[in-house]
Ligand binder design. Structure first.
Ligand SMILES: [Zn+2]
Length: 181
């Protein structure tokens, strides 16, 4: 579907944790078992998105077009001081390819937020379908933010710039990220 895949090294880089990378990788390849795929294999099931209940569940809908997911992305975009998070899987690929070798805190924060959000939305979708448990977008967002904060708080030797100090405040990180190892 996509040529050469230069992005696969980036998806698996050290800016995320393996379980996030794994789900993100499957999402980018559109290989998660979304309802549209299950139906295409002949399974008889309700194809409605479990997050918003107002559209058919596809990869593009679930992660980027769903009203539930959009609220989560918008909060994270504000924390990361950007106008928009990616709005399609193709944009994710383009974005990843532009991040090669970037070690800035903003790049790490965006990379990590993207992977943690795709993982968090997929986890919530599965909880609703398989366990009948429902969390609101506030709870899902809190959980994703806590995951990203934990990951970022272990970073060290970040440049003491105004941008990094703002990110540090937005994510509730301590000044330890500016210390040498
Ligand atoms: Zn939806």
């Amino acid at each position: 579907m996509y040529p050469a895949q230069p992005w696969h090294k980036i998806v698996w880089s050290g800016n995320t944790i393996p379980r996030w990378s794994f789900i993100l990788w499957l999402a980018v390849l559109q290989r998660l078992s979304t309802k549209d795929r299950l139906r295409s294999w002949g399974l008889q099931l309700d194809g409605t998105c479990p997050l918003c209940k107002s559209a058919n569940e596809t990869h593009q809908h679930l992660f980027f077009e769903c009203s539930f997911s959009t609220i989560v992305w918008q909060h994270l975009a504000t924390k990361n001081m950007i106008l928009d998070m990616p709005s399609s899987l193709v944009e994710v690929l383009d974005w990843y390819c532009g991040q090669v070798n970037s070690k800035s805190l903003k790049s790490i924060s965006l990379h990590c937020s993207l992977a943690a959000t795709v993982y968090g939305l997929w986890r919530e979708r599965n909880c609703r379908i398989f366990q009948g448990k429902v969390m609101g977008h506030d709870q899902v967002l809190n959980s994703i933010e806590a995951d990203v904060r934990d990951f970022l708080s272990s970073r060290r030797k970040m440049k003491l710039s105004s941008e990094n100090q703002s990110l540090c405040r937005n994510w509730g990180l301590s000044n330890r990220i500016f210390l040498p190892v």
